[in-house]
Design a protein around this ligand. Structure first.
Ligand code: ATP
Ligand code: MG
Length: 132
């Protein structure tokens, strides 16, 4: 488990007159739940996109376990260090819930026989169990 630290993080979309996210400083500790709340257009999705490594801040730094993600291989960061569930889930519709959770693990080289019980544990921890 790792800490994600945001330092003076801002993001200005190209051509925009003012930043969508302005000077955010916070730290996300392992094992805790956080909620980012704010009105529509206040920058929640923009902030989450940067935390997920889909985009980099136009100012400031995001560090994963002390290392700036700007200095990391972002493909690896997205694959192995962070996960994002979108408002539109983008699940694979032809796979089961369990298979959707197993798939990214298998992309990282986890054997299907190991991925399945781990995925079952993760799903159970959020109250999703087999109905039959
Ligand atoms: N691709 C984009 N190009 C330019 N401006 C954008 C883009 N995406 C978002 N914005 C602008 O950035 C600001 C923050 O938008 P963002 O989508 O991050 O807000 P939000 O808090 O997630 O809103 P919602 O609650 O509606 O999901 C808004 O002013 C929005 O119009
Ligand atoms: Mg949003």
């Amino acid at each position: 488990m790792s800490t994600l630290t945001l330092t003076n993080v801002s993001y200005t979309y190209r051509g925009a007159k003012k930043p969508a996210v302005s000077n955010v400083n916070c730290s996300f500790e392992p094992g805790r739940l956080y909620a980012i709340i704010g009105p529509s257009g206040s920058g929640k999705s923009t902030l989450l996109s940067m935390m997920a490594g889909l985009d980099l801040p136009t100012e400031g730094t995001i560090a994963f376990d002390g290392q700036s993600i700007a200095d990391m291989d972002l493909d690896r960061y997205r694959r192995e260090c962070i996960a994002m569930i979108f408002q539109m889930f983008h699940l694979f519709p032809l796979l089961t819930v369990l298979e959707n959770v197993c798939y990214p693990m298998e992309l990282c080289g986890v054997k299907p026989a190991d991925a399945k019980p781990h995925a079952e544990r993760l799903l159970k921890s959020v109250g999703i169990t087999k109905s039959r």
